[in-house]
Design a protein around this ligand. Structure first.
Ligand SMILES: [Zn+2]
Length: 337
């Protein structure tokens, strides 16, 4: 092992914990959604045609299409992703300090990538936000149609939008419930990429300007070569994914995602009291961690393969460590209450 490898290894072994960021990030996404719906109120009065169409009676899908068309039109440029990105950036600055994450933006990254981190900059795929935007506007329309009759639809629409912008719990909860899976998915992608930024920060401090990206599996040079290939055959693709899941950098990031998912599923996030929390925490055992790692690494990392077993074990260890850190933090928080 070269000196450089040893340094990178020890840097990555250090506690890079960010699972406890999950809650604040999720909250930030929710506020971003709420604010961006609230901002539609600016359209009021500016679109007589829109209001006329509503009063003539459209179904919720037609109304959604009309409203989004007006919102995203040349005069308005409504963009939910901007609102969400701004809230996440604020939260990361509060939680990690200024200049840790230099930028966070939503960009169309195609169908397979959730996000990426290049040095200290994070990009998150905007596709999920597009779906949240559509679903949210549809929900707003449904609320309007459920609560108002013909002739009151436009007034009702502006009232509901304004209420959501002001944080009306009842209406906002409709929006969030309808989008829960999507919100969770963005939050875990953000956590994953923040872990990479923290890795990069530590490597920068250690003087490694080029962030060597490698894999525990594969022949020498195979992983970088597959990474560089833009078009891969399906066989190369699945080979690449195996090596990717066995990259030390990715293993740290995915372990955080797995730990967050377990914390959610086992009820560690929102316990009513310390007793309930302790009960939930004690339900997590080695077998459950193994099961979650298996589920995430699917058929790509096989513990029955001699070379892959250490990778699998390392995942289990990392998830365990991260869960312990998360549990300690939560316990601290509950005891402080
Ligand atoms: Zn990654």
């Amino acid at each position: 092992m070269r000196i450089k490898d040893i340094i990178i290894e020890s840097v990555l072994d250090e506690a890079i914990s960010s699972s406890s960021l999950y809650e604040p990030v999720k909250k930030a996404i929710e506020i971003g959604i709420q604010n961006s719906i609230g901002s539609l109120y600016d359209l009021k009065g500016g679109y007589p045609n829109l209001e006329e169409k509503f009063n003539n009676g459209l179904n919720s899908r037609e109304m959604r299409v009309e409203l989004i068309r007006a919102a995203e039109g040349p005069d308005s440029r409504w963009n939910m992703a901007d609102h969400i990105a701004m809230e996440i950036r604020k939260t990361l600055t509060i939680e990690l300090g200024r200049n840790v994450v230099r930028s966070l933006t939503f960009v169309d990254l195609g169908d397979t990538t959730h996000g990426d981190a290049s040095n200290l900059k994070i990009r998150i795929n905007s596709k999920v936000v597009d779906n949240i935007a559509k679903a949210s506007v549809t929900t707003v329309m449904d609320i309007v149609l459920d609560n108002y009759g013909e002739g009151e639809l436009t007034d009702g629409l502006w009232f509901i939008i304004k209420s959501i912008g002001n944080g009306d719990r009842h209406y906002v909860s409709y929006l969030l419930d309808d989008n829960e899976k999507r919100i969770n998915s963005i939050a875990s992608t953000v956590i994953h990429e923040v872990v990479h930024v923290l890795q990069h920060t530590q490597q920068n401090t250690a003087g490694h300007r080029n962030h060597e990206y490698r894999s525990y599996l594969g022949k020498k040079g195979e992983f970088p070569e597959l990474n560089a290939k833009r078009k891969r055959t399906p066989e190369e693709d699945s080979r690449h994914y195996k090596l990717y899941l066995a990259s030390p950098q990715e293993m740290a990031a995915f372990s955080h995602e797995i730990a967050v998912k377990m914390a959610n599923d086992f009820g560690l996030r929102d316990p009513r009291n310390i007793e309930e929390f302790n009960r939930a925490a004690s339900a997590i055992d080695a077998q459950s961690i193994i099961d979650y790692v298996k589920e995430r690494t699917d058929s790509y990392i096989m513990p029955q393969e001699r070379k892959e077993l250490p990778v699998f074990k390392r995942y289990v260890k990392l998830v365990y460590q991260e869960l312990m850190r998360y549990i300690d933090k939560q316990r601290e928080r509950l005891q402080a209450k």
